[in-house]
Write a protein that binds this ligand. Structure first.
Ligand SMILES: Cc1ncc(COP(=O)(O)O)c(C=O)c1O
Length: 309
């Protein structure tokens, strides 16, 4: 199968050189391929009236370095150098609206388990990509389920690190959800409380208050989540991070996902129970509007979220 649902670009940066998209291969026995030892980021750039701008680039690169620190695979490049490389990859591929994927992987060195014996290879890819959860998702919302798979317990897999191997759990969630007729899934943590989606954070709206499950070591510390909390407060909403029991998912007034891929996507049902009146809620849409205006450079940027390419 070739490329599905995205536009391939021409060039991928690998350790200081550009490699053609289809020539950017790794060995079958690379440690990352066998054992999931890679850390990565997903970043978006948006077309603005002043050319493409990247949303929260520095924060993503800082999280990449944190993930690499946890997995003892720091690259040879500084955060500043990786920021510049991301911008260069967008220019080199002449991209505008795009998704940027820096990856640090344990390459081919030894077929055994000890990753320290394999080299640390750094890549930056980017490509054109539309809405992640379907063309209409941002407007009308998505139908999701609670996954039968739960998120990892703290101190099993380090959930705050964005590592390739962690996404086998996310893929189990996603496959089950899609095969059962849902767009995506919400996972509970090992304590039975709500954690996050397969590749996005979750927000609820109840009695006018914006709520996000507390970051309890079972979820990723979403960079969009942080910005959305700030934007909701800037819009005058009260925001609370707190433990969320599963049953709250069925009774709140509104719900939405946040993430680089998901942006701000309304959720209209969970396990076939409608949220509110089964449409994107007004507070969700208010926050989504602020988010989209910010990333597209259509409003002022008081928190310095955009880096112009
Ligand atoms: C598991 C998981 N949770 C949450 C998110 C949202 O994080 P961000 O807003 O930083 O993209 C992502 C996407 O990166 C993710 O993969």
């Amino acid at each position: 199968m070739g490329a599905v649902g995205f536009q391939e670009a021409d060039w991928i940066w690998k350790d200081g050189e550009y490699v053609g998209w289809h020539d950017c291969n790794v060995h079958l026995l690379a440690t990352a391929v066998q054992f999931g030892t890679s850390v990565f980021e997903g970043i978006r750039a948006y077309e603005t009236s002043e050319g493409p701008a990247v949303f929260r680039l520095r924060e993503h690169i800082d999280r990449l370095i944190d993930s690499a620190t946890v997995y003892r695979m720091l690259p040879d490049y500084s955060a500043d150098e990786l920021v510049d490389t991301c911008l260069e990859v967008i220019r080199k591929n002449e991209l505008r609206n795009c998704y940027i994927r820096p990856m640090i992987i344990r390459g081919y060195g030894t077929p055994g388990l000890n990753p320290i014996l394999s080299p640390i290879d750094t890549y930056v890819a980017a490509w054109g990509w539309g809405t992640y959860l379907g063309a209409e998702a941002l407007e009308v919302g998505v139908d999701v389920c609670v996954s039968s798979w739960q998120r990892m317990a703290p101190n099993t897999f380090p959930a705050r690190a964005k590592a390739g191997g962690h996404y086998v759990n996310a893929q189990l969630m996603k496959m089950e959800a899609v095969q059962n007729g849902y767009v995506d899934a919400i996972a509970l943590g090992p304590g039975g409380l709500v954690s996050e989606g397969s590749g996005m954070n979750l927000f609820l709206v109840d009695e006018g208050k914006v709520i996000s499950p507390v970051l309890d070591g079972t979820s990723l510390v979403g960079i969009t989540r942080g910005a959305v909390i700030q934007m909701a407060r800037d819009l005058g909403y009260e925001v609370e991070e707190r433990p969320v029991p599963r049953e709250a998912l069925y009774t709140v007034d509104e719900m939405f996902f946040t993430g680089t891929a998901a942006e701000v996507t309304p959720v209209r049902s969970v396990d076939r129970i409608e949220i509110g009146d089964g449409k994107a809620g007004p507070i969700t849409l208010d926050i989504q509007k602020r988010f989209l205006a910010t990333v597209k450079g259509e409003t002022d940027d008081p928190h310095g979220y955009l880096t112009y390419v």
